[in-house]
Design a protein around this ligand. Structure first.
Ligand code: MLT
Length: 259
């Protein structure tokens, strides 16, 4: 089942993959900055944004990655640069595992290559059950906002209010699918050495979900990676949108012109 697709601008295609509990609109600032020169393709995870509910069956990132590839096929797009933040990065690794020939560059923001610990997996499954039991995502809104944004950003209504709105647009089924699929994802550390396209890796110095050391270690495993650390929390593209726009513009322009 195809996800909702948002297709903006013209030029070399760039695929943006959003974080957990958010949707494609997470990338609005980047699309506004880049779509004059690039074709910005965004998808909403099943059950989030404008996408239909997740399909029946075992939740897996592979299933959604296959749907993303089918979405690109439906647009007659063969190769893309991929930009993923956090869960979007886990999906980028999944795409690289399934179809590396379709990726011309990788920008990995606030993400990790490793799989979950047993404790993290348990927390994910507990949240999946909680939202299903409550048939609402309301109880996760403030805890997720507190984890994802740095303390300074909590006072910025233009950042925090849209984050709350995006979480509320996810259905309990969408949250449960994402948590179970992330809990089941394999370790991608062994894939890093196979990445032979240019990579940009962005970390947030105040990221409470994925510490900079982990992001740095991931970048060190990729041959052609530029590592950038920004002063911000987990959602670097929202808290430091101008800096991320500049990094992406420079990186994507060079990467798409070179190939
Ligand atoms: C995200 O921002 O996508 C999630 O926090 C990732 C995760 O839960 O590992």
């Amino acid at each position: 089942m195809l996800p909702a697709i948002h297709d903006t601008g013209t030029g070399a295609p760039v695929l943006f993959l959003h974080a957990f509990t958010l949707d494609a609109s997470q990338w609005d600032h980047q699309v506004a900055a880049l779509s004059g020169d690039m074709r910005c393709i965004r998808v909403d995870l099943w059950g989030c944004g404008s996408s239909p509910a997740p399909p029946a069956g075992e939740p897996a990132l592979d299933g959604f990655a296959a749907a993303v590839l089918a979405a690109l096929d439906s647009l007659n797009i063969d190769k893309v640069a991929v930009v993923g933040l956090s869960m979007g990065g886990y999906l980028a690794f999944t795409l690289w595992r399934l179809a590396p020939q379709r990726i011309r560059a990788l920008a990995l923001c606030n993400t990790r290559a490793t799989a979950d610990t047993a404790a993290a997996r348990g927390d994910r499954l507990a949240m999946a059950e909680q939202v299903e039991r409550e048939q609402s995502v309301e109880s996760i809104v403030e805890p997720m906002v507190a984890r994802m944004l740095s303390p300074g950003a909590h006072d910025e209504a233009h950042i925090v209010d849209p984050v709350r709105g995006r979480i509320r647009r996810c259905s309990p089924a969408g949250i449960a699918f994402a948590q179970r699929a992330m809990a089941a994802r394999p370790d991608s550390t062994a894939l890093l050495a196979s990445i032979d396209v240019p990579a940009l890796v962005i970390a947030g110095s105040r990221d409470a979900i994925i510490p900079t050391q982990e992001v740095r270690a991931m970048a060190d495993g990729i041959t052609d990676a530029r590592y950038r650390e920004l002063e911000c929390g987990h959602l670097s593209n929202l808290e430091r949108s101008r800096a991320v726009n500049q990094e992406l513009a420079t990186f994507l322009t060079a990467a798409t012109m070179a190939s």
